[in-house]
Design a protein around this ligand. Sequence first.
Ligand SMILES: NC(=O)c1ccc[n+]([C@@H]2O[C@H](COP(=O)([O-])OP(=O)(O)OC[C@H]3O[C@@H](n4cnc5c(N)ncnc54)[C@H](OP(=O)(O)O)[C@@H]3O)[C@@H](O)[C@H]2O)c1
Length: 292
Amino acid sequence: MKILLTGATGYIGSALAEHLAAAGHQVVALTRSAEPQPDRGWHAQLVGDTADPASLAGAVTPDIDGVIHLAPPSGDADVDTAVIEALATALRGTGRPFVYTSGVWVLGATGEAQEVGEEAPTDPIDIVGYRPRIEQRVLAEATEGVRAVVVRPGIVYGRGGGIPAILVERARKQGVPEYYGEEGVRWPTVHVDDLAELFVAAVERAEAGTLWHGVGEPATPVRDLARAAGRAAGVSAAPHAVPVEEAAEVFGPLFADALALDQSVSGAAARTGLGWRPGRPGVVAEIESGSY
Ligand SMILES: NC(=O)c1ccc[n+]([C@@H]2O[C@H](COP(=O)([O-])OP(=O)(O)OC[C@H]3O[C@@H](n4cnc5c(N)ncnc54)[C@H](OP(=O)(O)O)[C@@H]3O)[C@@H](O)[C@H]2O)c1
């Protein structure tokens, strides 16, 4: 398939572009910068900015077999809705896939219940406040003949990047590993290469109107991640819990709330429904002895 990919230069997008190419697909990368990136193995590059939906007009040409939208939200629901329209309209009536990237933060705190699945109601924290509406906007395209699909990744790790890299960097800088909020906070996580394989499965075969959690491990205690981050940083001190208010001074209040969010989220549906087989090392092992 020839696939238009937004966010192709980013953390997830770089890995995904490699996996798409390895699966025999051609990546047409939509980038903000016109600077050519010949080493990335893209089939083609288009320039566009999701903050300016008009710049996306014409990006989905008739030869595009599917779209994966990874570029982050703009912060403005109207702009993001216009982006969905700009990218999905040309796919109407074709049955071609449009895969939108959301995230598990739209579920909010999941409480003591067992791992929550895709059927759980959304209760977004402020940093992703309007994102459930964008998910619904995307899924509504299924009634217009688009194979509309939503993927909600957990906290992504691997290749030395993502939010865990922040924990390692903070441990190195502060000389003590940190985690944020309450002691029992847990994060659903996914290895970036496993997640890339889920996107490939979603664009190839997920049914119209479906939503999938991209989660390898449902609920890893963040204190364990912090301890692993300390080891990766060469710091032997025990992990230190930073109150959310203090974390807000470092990361801003919205991101601090997200770091302190306690979640337990199941990624079982994608295993049964799409045959997804996440098999990379778990997050603690990866931070301690992998790429960080
Ligand atoms: N990382 C995680 O743990 C995680 C978890 C759940 C969900 N997600 C979601 O996954 C998506 C990708 O995340 P990521 O971690 O890969 O992000 P990232 O590393 O920050 O990459 C963002 C990508 O989007 C592009 N981009 C940013 N603003 C753009 C704009 N206005 N127009 C066009 N392209 C733009 C960037 O291109 P430039 O080269 O131009 O900067 C870059 O390629 C996001 O929607 C994020 O919310 C991430």
